[in-house]
Design a protein around this ligand. Structure first.
Ligand SMILES: C[S@@+](CC[C@H](N)C(=O)[O-])C[C@H]1O[C@@H](n2cnc3c(N)ncnc32)[C@H](O)[C@@H]1O
Length: 349
């Protein structure tokens, strides 16, 4: 799977696969996953949660030197040696660092200027029933939140790039939504407010609060699951800094599951040939019953028809069978809800 920040890798490890290769072209993502793995290996849950749940630890520097650093790779050490301040109290904490952390910090500053809205948003995350949440959102949050300035900020490519949304994805969203990016985000949040509880929606809570809470966090941060990872499941994760294609070309063991996130959106726009090569490598390594999941800013991304495999010339759509009913059912439960398309594909034998 693609590593990204590593939270999903750890949550997948809890499902008990034989092994997970966590692959990312960006060495910073590998460094972050390594830091989390080092914490699981060497720390008690309380310190681990303080660092990765709260995002701040008063003794981070000592813990880093004594426990975490010795079990990191040379590349991860080089990255973290100069970045301990990200976990300090003074800097606001880890979740207010990096690009998306900066957006979170700006949003927090904005909420300080609008205390009434801030109060209603906090109440939204504390609502105990869906009916109460819906009522609070419609009556109090939506009218205060959707101002022209927020619509403007959400429509800027700068904001989107900082949130990890490249230009090709923005184009896809704009092509599908008459009210543009802001309209799409508004529709997504309204769906969430009406249908899925915010109380445990840690994907958004971390943006608003700048930290997770014990009852609103990814699974790997919960004490019982942390204990399972520490007891052996985390040791099944192998981080790699490389592209998916490079990794697969050096990989000999067959792979039964692929988690590709949304990276095909940018690759299909900028490097369609490289994406075709990546799929050739996926098919070369996939077991006969392999399952591949990915998502896209477009409900039916056109790369499924346009990307053609190097030798056969066949389109991806001809080589995969899609479980559309299951994907649709899972999309309804998606707590982020900003990807129009989620796909579960089976390799055709
Ligand atoms: C930030 S994540 C996208 C997260 C997104 N919010 C999601 O969950 O779908 C995209 C990650 O894919 C990595 N990535 C993109 N293209 C890649 C490729 N060809 N090979 C390996 N990693 C890639 C990026 O470095 C990044 O860490």
């Amino acid at each position: 799977m693609i590593t990204s920040a590593g939270c999903n890798v750890l949550d997948y490890a809890l499902a008990g696969p034989a092994s997970i290769d966590a692959v990312d072209a960006n060495p910073r993502q590998t460094a972050l996953l390594e830091l989390k793995l080092a914490g699981i290996k060497t720390l008690a849950h309380a310190d681990f949660f303080q660092i990765f749940g709260v995002g701040r630890h008063p003794h981070f520097d000592e813990i880093y030197q004594d426990c975490l650093r010795p079990v990191l790779s040379a590349a991860a050490r080089q990255f973290w040696d100069s970045r301990g301040a990200w976990f300090s109290e003074r800097g606001g904490g880890f979740y207010f660092h990096g690009l998306s952390g900066t957006v979170a910090r700006v949003f927090r500053a904005y909420l300080r200027l609008r205390p009434r809205l801030a109060g209603h948003i906090e109440a939204l995350f504390n609502a105990t029933t869906l009916a109460e949440q819906r009522e609070r959102y419609d009556a109090h949050v939506a009218p205060l939140l959707w101002t022209r300035s927020l619509n403007w900020a959400l429509s800027r490519q700068l904001t989107l790039s900082m949130l990890g949304v490249p230009h090709p994805q923005r184009r896809q969203v704009v092509a599908q939504h008459h009210a543009g990016v802001a309209g799409f985000v508004r529709e997504s949040l309204t769906f969430l407010a009406h249908h899925l509880p915010f109380r445990d929606n840690y994907f958004y809570a971390v943006y608003v609060r700048g930290q997770y809470q014990p009852d609103c966090c990814p699974e790997y941060l919960k004490p019982a699951q942390f204990a399972r990872l520490k007891a052996g499941l985390a040791a099944r994760i192998v981080p790699h800094t490389s592209t998916v294609t490079e990794f697969l070309q050096h990989q000999r063991t067959p792979i039964s599951r692929f988690v590709l996130l949304d990276h095909m959106d940018w690759m299909s726009s900028y490097y369609p040939q490289a994406l075709a090569e990546e799929w050739a490598a996926i098919f070369a390594r996939a077991t006969p019953d392999a399952r591949i999941i990915f998502r896209s800013a477009h409900a039916e991304p056109n790369y499924l028809d346009h990307v053609r495999l190097p030798h056969s010339g066949l389109a991806l759509r001809d080589l995969l069978r899609f479980d559309t009913a299951r994907a649709a059912a899972l999309t309804d439960q998606d707590r982020v809800h900003t990807y129009a398309g989620f796909h579960i594909a089976h390799v055709l034998g």
